[in-house]
Design a protein around this ligand. Sequence first.
Ligand SMILES: [Cu+2]
Length: 127
Amino acid sequence: MHRSRPTALATLVAAFALTLAACGGGTASSAPADDGGEGSDTGETVSLSGGQFSPSTLTIPVGTTVTFTGSTGHTVTEGSDGTAVDDPIVDEQGGADPIVVSFDEAGTFNITCKIHPAMNMTITVEG
Ligand SMILES: [Cu+2]
């Protein structure tokens, strides 16, 4: 007895939809924009974080306000190598708040920290 058995070759092609998880861009950074916005028309920021003035040189027009951030444990003093000049335009002990200095006369001003004589910077004020 010959029995033909139809062979149903059900070829099931399972299409696995491989959803490749989108690699969330590895370069996404949340670096804070540091664009001041302190309301004054001209302003610069100098950071004392890390035990140095950054930037170490700054050229600004007369009337520019410079905000020294991270000043806790430092001073912002006109002078050099930790020693103030006579009658400094600024000689401030840092604290919780930034030290804000308006440079209203042209000239070249050396700025130092009396606590860390290695901290020095130069601000050139152009009239
Ligand atoms: Cu210092």
